[in-house]
Ligand binder design. Sequence first.
Ligand code: CA
Length: 222
Amino acid sequence: MTPILLLEDDAAIAATIAYALAREGYAVTQAMLVREAEQRLAATPPALAIFDVGLPDGSGLDLLRRLREQGSRLPVLMLTARAEEFDRVLGLELGADDYLTKPFSPRELVARVRALLRRAAHTPPVAPSAFELDEAGQRIRYAGTWLTLTRLEYGLLRTLLRAPMRIHSRDALLDAAWGHQAESVDRTVDTHIKTLRAKLRHCTPGHDPIVTHRGMGYSLTA
Ligand code: CA
């Protein structure tokens, strides 16, 4: 049975979803709080997760962001309360694989879940070797595509690539990518890492090769 984690605090909606998925043979674990979902994710990693946005102790979007920062490729379907462009765009930017706007039919949800699981099964793992650095041409290829990078994004990614397993501090990245004239603060690195991540994720949906190490810096995943 394929395990699915459902994070939804509306008991009626959660029951409807759980019933529809169970009927299709999925093993559904339910959580009503973000911290509860985090415990479940750590204890028994599911094959797919469904996150509501607004929860009593936080946001499903923040949980999604944290997962992606840790390099998780778990397929995530977001449930948004309103047809708000903001939620939708933000969710996809943060690495959601799909989203549904309430109200939706259980049948639609089951179809999306099935499609995501099928896609995940066919997504090959991506190694740092999926990158190709062309220093002479100042360009980088990722998962078969030459990336369109700004000078700073190129500098950052080149630095990460030269020592993929090493954790690069923000200071080291600043020096390597910006040079010594840089007067920027840490935040600048974070901003460019964010745009870089979006470009990489575009090539490999659901996978973020850049890992955030809290308080330390960034590395590329093995
Ligand atoms: Ca809610």
